[in-house]
Design a protein around this ligand. Structure first.
Ligand code: SAJ
Length: 422
């Protein structure tokens, strides 16, 4: 199946690496994004997001002429939609980006084209996308009405790559391909085989949608179990990290790690897509979300308690003289991504109530986000160790793991990641 030109719609954390990998396989790629600045950056051979090695891949793709970005969709043989699917205030999925992306490509579709939805989506979203396309192009036939004989093929192929390892995982991971008909599957496999070295496993669109949500919910439920254990163990005076390590020696037990909460744009979001479809039945999945979302508040209470204890044992000091340090602001270790970060929200909450000096250490950024800038001083670990009265370890960055002994010798440290306690 010859795909001469591939269009990737949405040039963010998934779309841009995918476009670059297709281009590296000498496919002509047209990247589409509504953000003119992102489009201009990419056309200069530069990138607007942080992901290891992506800068080189995009630079090569643009310089060699295989990748070009635009704000207006152009004809292509395959369209990959990789736009955000956030949730609204009530945890209901927001499909508006998929809707506008499909409506924007509809005018340039032609008989024989393939449209793949890559965005993580609630069950039924691929069928909804196909319905929007059909509505916009009554002159073409679609799989929901014409099955194998349709003019346009439609599939869901969720991305499953881990931020920080995207370029490797894109190529090596197995890929679930959910076609709206067997023909759609066949055509989509031919597309992904251009770069996927893992297996391409076939199913229908609804199962592929649910599969992606299931993977992230599985992880969320497992982390919630670890977070609940951490609260129980704190009450019972047991080291939860030692406990999990011991339990995981059982051949059929594999508990993940507790932390200050679950962040990022995937694990804390996707389970809600299951809950919103089946609210009566998704009891465990909902509870796991609530447990993980409640963890930052528990950490904040611990910090308040530590400040109160410090003042009790230092009666000559006032709260205004207690220096509190937050170690790590990113949503997980060894990345610079502060979006949807429990560490960041804990730091912010502390700054709302604590009147004394506040220090932040985040080795992966050079400048604090504006909401923290006025209240926190961004500094290094050395200064923190000598100046902070209370340290809250929020992210297990390499720089902190390397200082495990020094951190462990600090008399008041709240370790939410098991760096000194493991
Ligand atoms: N976390 C813990 N304890 C753990 C593991 C993670 O507290 O033992 C926390 C992290 O600190 C972070 C959050 O969970 O705040 C999420 O981190 P993560 O590394 O588990 O996952 P993400 O969000 O970076 O990427 C996930 C991955 N999904 C799975 O591993 C099942 C990735 O493969 C998906 O492609 C990605 O979501 C996505 O895009 O959906």
């Amino acid at each position: 199946m010859p795909f001469q030109t591939i269009s990737v719609v949405g040039l963010g954390y998934i779309g841009l690496p995918t476009a670059a990998v297709f281009a590296s396989r000498k496919k002509k790629v047209i990247g589409v994004d509504v953000n003119q600045q992102a489009v201009d950056t990419i056309n200069r051979g530069e990138i607007h997001i942080v992901e290891p090695d992506l800068d080189m891949a995009v630079h090569a793709a643009v310089v060699e002429g295989y990748l070009r970005a635009t704000t207006v969709p152009e004809p292509a043989d395959a369209f990959l939609i990789a736009v955000p699917t956030p949730f609204k205030g009530d945890h209901e999925p927001d499909l508006s980006y998929i809707e506008s992306a499909s409506k924007s490509i509809a005018p340039v579709l032609k008989k024989g084209d393939l449209v793949v939805l890559e965005s993580t989506s609630p069950v039924g979203a691929t069928e909804q996308m196909a319905a929007w396309l059909a509505e916009a192009r009554p002159d073409l036939t679609f799989p929901q009405t014409h099955g194998e004989a349709s003019d346009i093929r439609v599939a869901h192929c969720p991305e499953r790559v881990l931020p920080g390892h995207v370029l490797r995982e894109l190529v090596q991971n197995d890929r679930v391909i959910g076609g709206m008909s067997p023909k759609c599957c066949e055509v989509a496999v031919a597309l992904y085989k251009a770069f996927v070295e893992g297996d391409c496993v076939l199913t229908n669109a609804r199962t592929a949608e649910m599969c992606k949500l299931t993977e992230n919910s599985f992880r969320d439920v497992n982390i919630a179990f670890a977070n609940e254990l951490s609260i129980i163990c704190d009450k019972l005076d047991i080291n939860v990290w030692e406990l999990i390590c011991l339990a995981n020696r059982h051949p059929r037990v594999n508990i993940l790690q507790p932390g200050p909460g679950v962040g990022g744009h995937c694990i804390a979001v996707d389970p809600w897509f299951i809950v919103s479809k089946t609210p009566e039945d998704a009891k465990l999945i909902r509870t796991a979300r609530e447990v993980n979302d409640g963890k930052p508040e528990w950490v904040i209470e611990k910090v308040k308690l530590a400040i109160a204890e410090f003042l009790l044992s230092n009666p000559d000091k006032s709260a205004r003289e207690v220096t509190v340090a937050c170690l790590g602001l990113a949503f997980k270790a060894d990345i610079d991504d502060l979006r949807e970060s429990p560490a960041l929200s804990i730091a912010l909450k502390i700054s709302e109530t604590h009147k004394g000096p506040l220090i932040a250490v985040e080795p992966n950024i050079n400048k604090l986000p504006s909401k923290l800038e006025e209240k926190f001083q961004l500094t290094g670990i050395k200064k923190t160790l000598s100046e902070a009265d209370i340290i809250i370890l929020l992210v297990d960055h390499k720089e902190f793991r390397d200082k495990q002994e020094k951190l462990a010798s600090h008399h008041r440290i709240i370790d939410t990641r098991g760096v000194i306690n493991s």
